[in-house]
Structures are given as C-alpha cells and as structure tokens.
Design a protein around this ligand. Structure first.
Ligand SMILES: Cc1cc2nc3c(=O)[nH]c(=O)nc-3n(C[C@H](O)[C@H](O)[C@H](O)COP(=O)(O)O)c2cc1C
Length: 364
C-alpha cells in the first residue's frame, strides 16, 4: 500500500484546525478519536470510503454488513470484504446472520483480519435478511440473544457491540430490554437507529426515545438517525446523553461533516469553508484508495462515480455533471469531469435541501 499524496498545505491546515476541537473518547474498552462515528453502509463502507472518512475526522468507522454464512463458506468476495487497510486505526467489522454457531465461527475468522471490534447487525429491515431471522428480526426473538452473544464472545478477544433499531414496530419498542440483555452478556456498547423496522426509513428518527434510554443506562449508547448536516450534529452533540453519535447518509453529501461538526461555533454559522478545490483533493485521495483496493477498473469506476455525484449535491449545476459522470466508461474520463467541475466551483457554497428524501433504503 502506497501512502496517498499529502493534502495541500491549505486543506491540511483547515483539517488540522477542525481536528483540534476533537476530544478522544472511550466506549467500553475501545478508544476512539472523537464522538462521531461513521455508521455502517452496505456497498459504501468499504476500505476506500472508511479510510477517507478517518482522514476527514471520523472518530471511528464500521464496515458494511458481512454475511456470517459467506465467511463460513469461504466465499472469496465475502472474505475480501473483511480486509482492513493498514491506515485504519478505529474500524469495526459488522456481521449479520441468525444462528449462534455460525455467527461465533464467523466472528473468529473476522477477528483474524485485525478489526478493533466486531458488531452485530440487528437493525437490517430488508426482507431477504429478516425472513431468515437476521437483522432486525433478531429483536423479535429476545430469548435467543444472550446465548448468541455469549457464544460469539467465547470465540473472540476484541469487544463485541450491537446495532439495533427502537423495536420491530410501534407496538414492540423493546430496545431497552435488548440493551439490558446486551449489558448482562458483556456487549461493549449498543448503537441505536431511532426508527422501528416497520418504519424502514420513513418518518423521523425518534430522538426522544433514544435520549430516554440514556437516563438509566448501564452500557454506552451510540445514537443514530437523521444527523444530516454539521449544524444538526453539533446541536445534538451538545444536548445528547449518548456517549457517541453515528452518521451515515450525511457523510455521502458532505465528506467534511465530521470535521465541520466538531466546532460548534463554526457549525452554527451554516457556511462551509471547504471549496470546490478541496473537494477535488478529496476525490483524488478517494481515487488513490479505490485504485489500490480494487483490482478491476470497473469496480473503481462504479465506486468513484457514485461518490463524486453525491459529493457534488447542492453545488451549482450538479445535475448536469451527474449526467456526464454516469455516461463515463473509464476512470480517467470520470476523473477529468470531476476535476473540471469541482475546480470551476471556486468558493461556491453548497445548498442542500435537507427536506428532500435522500436514500430511503438501507441495511440497518
Ligand atoms: C445505503 C445504506 C446502507 C446501509 N447499510 C447498513 C449496514 O450495512 N449495516 C447497518 O447496520 N446499517 C446500515 N444502514 C443504516 C445506517 O447505518 C443508519 O443506521 C441509517 O442510515 C440512519 O442513519 P442516517 O440518518 O445518518 O443515515 C444503511 C443505510 C444506508 C442509507
């Protein structure tokens, strides 16, 4: 693995100045650089995106969900997903599955790849996963949880965490019961997305519910849901009883969200210091990480195209650029369009309409 080209002195100085507001935290046995963690996202939280977000201030990261059965069958593509970059310091691997034996066996394999922790996906609402008893369906069979947690822990040394929803539906908001089971079974912390499985991604994350869980908790809690912009994150940071916060979709339209949320005075101004030229540097670094992580040009192109388009959201003429980018067939073409576009932006500000629905499906 080669080192990426350093950021320019101007961008490095901006990054360092935001990072000076970061306070390291401890969740259970694990140290993180700050309270803002990149949430797991299928198809997105692979090595390039995770490393990039750590470079840009994420206090920690979690992989996309990885099938315990794929691991146990020795599926080459699944095993590839377990890999970690030498530059990653605060990464966890998220597993999904349903039965204790398969999860415990896979945990042992996943741990051998060197993550800082392992996490169980107990929030995925997707039918293919829940119909087998995995993801958020695990919240319906609470009697199975303690034996599963304990079996997994008996096969691993790094800490084990879980990521849940508020409950299966509005009539079964059982997050508190699950958090208690987790505490009694040696789980290190619980991350909670403030929606039920039935809600999928509709409505708003229920932060009142999350904050109420903080009142008599015995185990660290990470709150998650709808923290879409630095202002919202910073406001939540100041009033939350959560030990940390997780950000998913917000990082796709603003790769600087972790940095910009760290300084409350700056976040409250709702203006960004990051220019089109800064975005172009970030895209070049992403290109570097994609090229060293993926063997096939097509995979690099697919990953780059979607992130370039998301990063442009809210900048002038982003829609026209999106059309051009999706027509590209080579990485060079894609990078040329991105360069021309972002360098032409000068100091233009981003104006994202946060009321518009953005990515309303996912695996947690
Ligand atoms: C495209 C996408 C993929 C996701 N994949 C996962 C996943 O693999 N594991 C998981 O626990 N949650 C997954 N999630 C859920 C997010 O981690 C997070 O809980 C949810 O998006 C709410 O946070 P946000 O409002 O900051 O996006 C995914 C979400 C999206 C949008």
């Amino acid at each position: 693995m080669n080192h990426p080209r350093p950021f320019s002195p101007e961008l490095s100085q901006k990054i360092e100045s935001f990072k000076s507001h970061a306070k390291p935290i401890k969740l259970g046995r694990i140290d993180f650089d700050n309270k803002l963690i990149l949430a797991p996202m299928a198809g997105i939280c692979n090595i390039p995106f995770r490393v990039l977000m750590e470079d840009l201030g994420a206090g920690g990261t979690v992989s996309e969900l990885i099938s315990c059965h794929g691991i146990n069958y020795g599926n080459a593509r699944t095993l590839d997903m377990l890999k970690i970059h030498p530059r990653e310091r605060n990464v966890g691997i998220q597993l999904f599955g349903e039965d204790a034996d398969s999860m415990a066996k896979a945990a042992e394999v996943a741990e051998s790849y060197g993550p800082k922790f392992l996490d169980i996906n107990m929030g995925c609402p997707v039918t293919k996963v829940v119909s087998k008893g995995g993801g958020s369906a695990m919240m319906k069979e609470v009697q199975k949880l303690a034996p599963l947690f304990e079996k997994m822990r008996s096969r691993m040394k790094v800490p084990l965490s879980i990521k849940i929803r508020t409950g299966w539906d509005a009539n079964s908001l059982n997050a508190k019961e699950i958090i208690n089971i987790a505490h009694n079974s040696g789980i290190e912390w619980v991350a909670i997305h403030g929606r039920t499985r039935t809600q999928q991604y509709t409505g708003l994350a229920n932060w009142e519910f999350i904050e109420a869980l903080n009142e008599d908790k015995k185990i660290p809690l990470i709150g998650n849901g709808d923290l879409h912009h630095p202002y919202g994150v910073s406001e939540r940071l100041q009033k939350t009883g959560c030990d940390a916060l997780m950000i998913a979709r917000g990082a796709l339209r603003n790769p600087f969200i972790f940095l910009e949320s760290l300084d409350p005075t700056y976040a409250s101004q709702k203006r960004s210091v990051f220019s089109g030229a800064d975005y172009w540097e970030v895209i070049q670094r992403l290109h570097h990480y994609c090229s060293e992580s993926f063997d096939e040009e097509r995979t690099v192109l697919v990953q780059l195209r979607k992130l370039v388009v998301w990063f442009a959201a809210g900048f002038p003429h982003a829609a026209a650029m999106r059309g051009q980018i999706f027509a590209t067939q080579t990485v060079d073409e894609c990078m040329k369009i991105a360069e021309d576009y972002f360098l032409s932006l000068g100091g233009s500000q981003k104006f994202i309409n946060y009321d518009e629905v953005f990515m309303s499906s996912g695996h947690g």
